[in-house]
Write a protein that binds this ligand. Structure first.
Ligand code: AMP
Length: 408
């Protein structure tokens, strides 16, 4: 089966085309056909397209909205010009969507029908920055391919659906939870779930025996305590703002700051929330960039004080969470890092994990700094009681696999 995986944002559409079916799934032999991203939808869009074995190309096209982007993408896939071994739209057998928020309703991936779509519409208030775009992506596929092509929704929140009450409740009046479902939902669930699954396969252990902490460090960052293969706590909360320091998000802070910043800076609550989401984190502290690679370069080349401060704050917060999740899990077997920063930066891994000898985690310097190895790998010494792993995430693969399972 050829499954198109879509991640629709406000002006971007990320995609991956994956050939998979039950046999390939069982053999872990899925085939990636193409991937790419369409940016600046709404204006002259920029399309970056990679076909497996066919090289990289960049194009521009005037795409007014997500529907036009989906239409362009599907026609390109089926065209001879793409070089993909798909000749017509009929050979796209299903579409899987990343949907950010599934609320308390959606505790696992679902096949999309009218009822699912209307329930998703009803919970837009939970994720007004993300879900409307995800829904537009689903509707666009329906318009272009027709409702006969099955679609599935895979939720960022679903992996955390079984958090225990003491982990998901905030210590505010319980009536707020009852009335408005105010609680920790957690996000990045597909990434944490994928990494935990891959770890289990690598180590050949049963799901029930997986007791690890997964840390996704990309533009967005979150940590997840996993016990018996299930998420028992996670750092993002009611929204993705809580927890670790991120590219532009502040992560944990005193909620009283909202009123104080608003009063002092003459802002309203929405503006302050925006500041905490878009102008804080690495960008806010450094005053330079949200991009970790650039910050590391600034620090190395110019000894920039605030670049260093931003990186230190970032690493410190991750370590603080690792400590608390080790307490939550009463010890763990491994810490697994993933995401653009976690996968690629030996320096950041060293700064986070280096001082964790007390917990029995001993980094192996040669393994950690081996930049040629891009696959899943252990970066701690063999005799380290608490292991450290790098496992590249692959949310798209999990979305494609869930889609295949749901559409049969
Ligand atoms: P993601 O959201 O997973 O794509 O991750 C994006 C983040 O990963 C950005 O902050 C990048 O600067 C960072 N990143 C990617 N490659 C590297 C690298 N080699 N060293 C440090 N940071 C990196």
């Amino acid at each position: 089966m050829n499954i198109l995986v879509l991640n629709a944002g406000s002006s971007t559409l990320k995609f991956e085309l994956i050939r998979t079916d039950r046999e390939r799934l069982a053999a872990d032999a899925d085939e990636k056909l193409a991937r790419g991203v369409i940016e600046r939808i709404g204006a002259e869009a920029i399309l970056e397209l990679d076909v497996t074995g066919g090289g990289h190309r960049v194009e521009t096209a005037p795409l007014a909205d997500i529907r036009e982007a989906v239409e362009w993408l599907l026609r390109w896939i089926a065209s001879a010009e793409s070089g993909i071994d798909i000749d017509s739209l009929a050979e796209i057998h299903g579409v899987g969507h990343r949907v950010v928020h599934g609320g308390e309703d959606f505790r696992a991936s679902v096949r999309i029908d009218d009822d699912v779509l209307s329930r998703l519409q009803d919970m837009i208030h939970l994720a007004p920055l993300h879900n409307p775009h995800n829904i537009r992506g689903i509707e666009a596929v329906r318009q272009v391919l027709g409702s006969g092509v099955p679609q599935a929704a895979v939720f960022d929140t679903a992996f955390h659906a079984d958090l225990p009450e003491h982990a998901y409740l905030y210590a505010v009046p319980y009536s707020l939870y009852r009335r408005h479902r105010i609680r920790r939902y957690g996000f990045h669930g597909t990434s944490h779930r994928y990494v935990a699954w891959r770890y289990r396969k690598l180590l050949e252990v049963e799901k029930e025996d997986v007791r690890i902490i997964t840390v996704h460090l990309g533009n967005g960052c979150s940590a997840c305590a996993i016990d018996g293969g299930r998420s028992v706590d996670t750092s993002m909360g009611f929204t993705p703002l809580e927890g670790l320091v991120m590219g532009t998000r502040a992560g944990d802070l005193d909620p009283a700051l909202l009123e104080y910043i608003a009063a002092r800076e003459g802002m309203n609550v929405r503006e302050v929330t925006n500041l905490l989401n878009k102008q804080s984190g690495l960008l806010g502290i450094s005053g330079l960039t949200h991009d970790m690679r650039e910050l590391l370069a600034e620090e190395a080349e110019h000894d920039d004080r605030r670049a260093r401060l931003a990186i230190d704050l970032f690493c410190y917060r991750v370590r603080k969470y690792l400590g608390s999740y080790l307490a939550v899990l009463e010890g763990a077997d491994a810490i697994v890092l993933t995401g653009g920063i976690g996968q690629n930066s030996a320096a950041i891994r060293q700064r986070i994990l280096g001082p964790m000898g007390w917990a029995g985690l001993h980094l192996d310097e040669a393994r950690n700094s081996d930049s040629a190895d891009r696959g899943p790998r252990r970066v701690s010494t063999d005799d380290s009681p608490l292991a450290a792993w790098v496992i590249p995430t692959d949310e798209e693969l999990l979305i494609a696999r869930d889609t295949v399972r749901l559409i049969g």
